[in-house]
Design a protein around this ligand. Sequence first.
Ligand SMILES: [Mg+2]
Length: 259
Amino acid sequence: MNQSRADLIKLRRRIVTMCYRAKMGHISSALSCVDVLYVLYKNFLNKNHNDFILSKGHAAPGLYVVLNHFKHLKDAELDKFGTLGSALTSHPTCLVPGIQFASGALGLGLSVGVGMSLANKIKGIKNRKTFILIGDGELNEGSVWESLIFAGNNSMKNLIVVLDKNNIQASDYSKNIIKTDPLIKSIKKLGWNTVFTDGHDTEKILTTINSVFNSQKPTLIITNTIKGKGVSFMENDPAWHHRNPTEEEFNLAIKELTL
Ligand SMILES: [Mg+2]
């Protein structure tokens, strides 16, 4: 088994365990995007001077375990997730080292990221990328479209947005709310690169990001993902958007997440 695969199983176990213990946290949303977060921190955010916003803030447990894996958060801090006085709440805040924007109110991260990228452009900082991770449900938000139009019109090439396309938004499938695929086609027409990859294959995620790194346009990387990935009974089931496992379900999940 390669190192990334082994790391990801360990990270998924920690997500499930910390949320089970705290009796809070959006487990399936975190399991959906933890592979992308791992690749971003390993290759682009760990030591490099790039910016990152987790716009789908409810996936915070995924971000916390990745920050811990890359030594930005101590084990003792991670173990306090969801307890009184801990900075590690169900949605990220700037009290956590390395977190630049408190998110959770959906649809805001892209606007803020565009602003950060624009500030870099005005200051003449050329090589600093702004990465933003959004959920498919956020594409329904008006503020997201204002940002998409602005960034496309201004060829904001240092902007790389990753869409965690798990086809579920909150408690229902996207196809029953607003279909995502036509929206992606519209984004391309607004002056964006749009590329697709497998959001659970770390090598493909890395190759895709590298392939757009020197693009002259802003880029939307659509990662095809499965909400709840790694725990069979949580996968692709909207009921698990914000459910905490019973003891029996927890034990079953941990049994599935073995090396
Ligand atoms: Mg989603």
